[in-house]
Design a protein around this ligand. Structure first.
Ligand SMILES: Nc1ncnc2c1ncn2[C@@H]1O[C@H](COP(=O)(O)OP(=O)(O)OP(=O)(O)O)[C@@H](O)[C@H]1O
Ligand SMILES: [Mg+2]
Length: 458
């Protein structure tokens, strides 16, 4: 049951809110001042606090900061007087979930409370499911969907095809599926299809017997023997040659293998997780990938979203990689400046999480203070380095003439302006082929098309 704490020094107001909220099915406690409110918060697990701003003693804004310090996840809704909009702004800046102004509109109160508590529920749910996957950072809706999918598919023997752009975490997902499976105590054996020359691939997959080819000096087990009763992870499956595709298909159908040069057939029981950053349907259309093999592998298809589709995870990932690399590189860099964070939030990460990881690793390595500044970020499509960037920037692209102008127009407008110039340049360079321009800018075609439409370019 959702429980709410109402804080107001005026008794009639406390009673009014209590009656209203109890009628709505909430459990309600009340406190007449900030210190009693804090004491109650210590004892109870509230889902929401509603507090007046103007109170004697500790005022509502002080209470808000005390709550944000102790239990930052607890949403607080402030009650403000209609006549003082500054209070509302201040409250929002200091972490209030929302505010309602007096005189009350009952519908408004209900809807604010409803969204505060349901947001809280969603966040708690996201946090609790993500706790089951400590290696995979993310609490966005997109990642929660992935976690739910992993939980559902892991205990089944179904083959899974994981697809998504490079650097999105496909290998981490494959490992998580194995760890949550019923064969977690058996082997998880990865193989990168593109890294093995065709003539060795068959032996890598199915093993070989001594003397079967030059260099086969002893019997060797292949992927299917090593992963027997466990999981085989076939990375970059889109790179398999037609001959190997056919052989693999046969193994999946018959659940039997024959080592290269061998005569004995061995039966195998292997769960296959495959991954690719290609769109296999396109490969099938182009005649490069067997459709029947695709259906055997993609019993459960699982798409890992790009980082630009789940920007809300960027701060969590930054935090995670900051800790990882300050420890690894023995540096005291613990934080990222808010401007640097804004730069990252506005970046679209063509290389996804791997690129963000590299950016933070380099940032930690380069930074001489304890906080990462924008200058220490090296983004693949932009260099924010002090020395290299400035001249290049000014000669070719003029986003802002002076500091005064920057502060007057504001970051959003300046970045938008620069973005338009850069897109125009790329379009000119590529004879207005959006496909080619997107490549030059190292963003996806979709994202370019969206921007061109949004800015009404071309
Ligand atoms: N959600 C995540 N949380 C923490 N680290 C992540 C996450 N996603 C990716 N990484 C890290 O980013 C790097 C790339 O991840 P991974 O190798 O799983 O990507 P991939 O999708 O297999 O990429 P590719 O298609 O290029 O092989 C790894 O170092 C991985 O640990
Ligand atoms: Mg990979």
């Amino acid at each position: 049951m959702t429980s709410i704490l109402v804080v107001d020094d005026e008794r009639s107001m406390r009673d009014f809110l209590k009656i209203l909220l109890v009628k709505e099915g909430y459990q309600v406690e009340t406190a007449p001042d900030g210190s009693q409110a804090l004491a109650l918060i210590e004892e109870h697990n509230f889902n929401l606090v509603i507090s007046d701003i103007r109170m004697d003693g500790m005022n509502g804004l002080e209470l808000l900061s005390a709550i944000k310090e102790r239990t930052p996840a607890l949403p607080v809704v402030m009650i403000t007087a209609f006549a003082s909009p500054d209070d509302a702004v201040f409250a929002m800046k200091n972490g209030a979930f929302d505010y309602i102004s007096k005189p009350f509109n009952v519908e408004e109160i209900k809807s604010v409370i409803c969204s505060a508590t349901s947001k809280n529920d969603q966040m708690a749910e996201a946090r609790s499911i993500s706790e089951a996957f400590p290696e995979i950072i993310g609490e966005s809706r997109e990642m929660v969907k992935i976690f739910e999918m992993i939980k559902r598919v892991a205990p089944t023997p179904a083959n899974v095809l994981i697809y998504g752009e490079s650097g999105t975490g496909k290998e981490l997902v494959a490992q998580a599926i194995h760890q949550h499976s019923n064969v977690a105590d058996k082997n998880f054996v990865p193989i990168t299809c593109s890294a093995i020359p065709e003539e060795l691939m068959e032996s890598e997959l199915f093993g070989h017997v001594k003397g079967s080819f030059t260099g086969a000096t002893s019997n060797k087990e292949g992927l299917f023997q090593l992963a027997n009763d466990g999981t085989a992870f076939l990375d970059e499956i889109g790179e398999l040659t037609p001959i190997i595709q056919t052989k693999l298909l046969r193994v999946l159908q018959e659940r039997e293998i024959k080592p290269v040069g061998g005569t004995q057939i061995q039966s195998v029981n292997v769960r296959i997780i495959a991954a690719t950053n290609k769109i296999l349907e396109e490969e099938i259309m182009a005649g490069r990938f067997r459709e029947d093999l695709f259906y055997r592998l993609a019993v459960v298809p699982l798409r890992v979203p790009s980082l630009r589709e789940r920007k809300t995870d960027v701060p969590l990932l930054v935090d995670f990689f900051l800790k990882k690399y300050s420890k690894l590189l023995k540096k005291e860099v613990q934080e990222i400046s808010s401007y640097a964070m804004e730069v990252l939030m506005n970046y679209d990460f063509p290389g996804n999480v791997r690129e963000l990881e590299n950016i933070i690793e380099r940032g930690v390595a380069l930074e001489s203070s304890t906080i990462i500044l924008p200058e220490s970020l090296t983004l693949s499509s932009f260099r924010f380095g002090k020395q290299e960037a400035a001249p290049q920037f000014n000669t070719r692209f003029q986003a802002v003439a002076s500091e005064e102008e920057l502060f007057e127009r504001g970051l959003e407008e300046v970045i938008t302006d620069l973005e338009k110039q850069l897109i125009n340049t790329a379009l000119e360079k590529s004879d207005y082929s959006k496909m080619r321009a997107a490549e030059l800018l190292r963003i996806s075609f979709r994202s370019l098309r969206y921007k061109v439409k949004k800015y009404n370019i071309g």
